[in-house]
Design a protein around this ligand. Structure first.
Ligand code: 5GP
Length: 221
């Protein structure tokens, strides 16, 4: 009887990847995240809970789970959030359960969260986290992108612009930093990072069996 064929190298079992994308509001992170999800159906997205008001274009349960402050506090105090933060005066948090399930099944997940959340995930999940910071090409461009989105009030835009400097200060805490001058190019960089991180040796516990199998193959001389 022939021995079972070795698995193809691309299919070797590995731990799931936690891909964290952060940037100041308006730097293009959400568009990059959307493109990534469209291109790669195996990638899941963590849907955060937030206490901020829904924007007209947003869909509850798809972009966020919109909840009240008491609901948020209840989840947070029960330990149901993997990380949480106050951003621009609202609460945001990552529900724990879907992430733990994805990781247990070796599925990759994308997180659109701020530097405070990135830091908490890096502390808790260590090697499973790959973090990318997206910078705008100029602050003027950041401002015009925020205005172009036209979904927030002037007051909200002003707060976000003021906070963007504080967010950018944390760029050094990320594994990769991308300047989003050209969206296609920035997206290409993120795609490359994901592909490379997926084949890192230390993520692929299935390599042990694969290499064992390789070494047991009899050379046909
Ligand atoms: P927005 O209100 O524009 O959707 O998001 C504002 C900021 O909150 C963004 O920087 C976004 O990445 C961040 N954010 C969204 N969800 C979460 C979350 O679950 N945790 C943390 N820490 N930040 C989040």
């Amino acid at each position: 009887m022939n021995p079972a064929p070795s698995p193809s190298p691309e299919k070797i079992a590995r731990r799931g990847l936690m891909l964290v994308l952060s940037s100041p509001s308006g730097a293009g992170k959400s568009t990059i995240a959307r493109n990534l999800l469209d291109e790669d159906r195996s990638l899941g997205i963590s849907i955060s809970v937030t206490t901020r008001a829904k924007r007209p274009s947003e869909i509850a349960g798809k972009h966020y789970h919109f909840i009240t402050v008491p609901q948020f506090e209840k989840m947070r105090d029960a330990g149901d959030l993997l990380e949480w933060a106050e951003v621009h005066g609202n609460f945001y948090g990552t529900p724990r359960e879907p992430v733990e399930q994805a990781m247990a099944e070796g599925r990759d997940m994308l997180f659109d969260i701020d530097w405070q959340g990135a830091r908490q995930l890096q502390e808790k999940m260590k090697a499973d986290v790959v973090s990318i910071f997206v910078l705008p090409p100029t602050m003027t461009e950041l401002q015009s992108r925020l205005h172009r989105r036209a979904e927030d009030t002037e007051e909200v835009i002003r707060t976000r612009l003021l906070n963007s400097r504080a967010e950018i200060e944390h760029w050094r805490e990320y594994d990769y930093v991308i300047v989003n001058d050209d969206l296609d190019e920035a997206f290409g960089h993120v795609s490359c990072i994901v592909n490379a991180e997926r084949i890192r040796r230390d993520r692929r516990y299935g390599l042990f069996d694969f290499v064992e199998g390789l070494l047991q193959e009899e050379p046909k001389l």
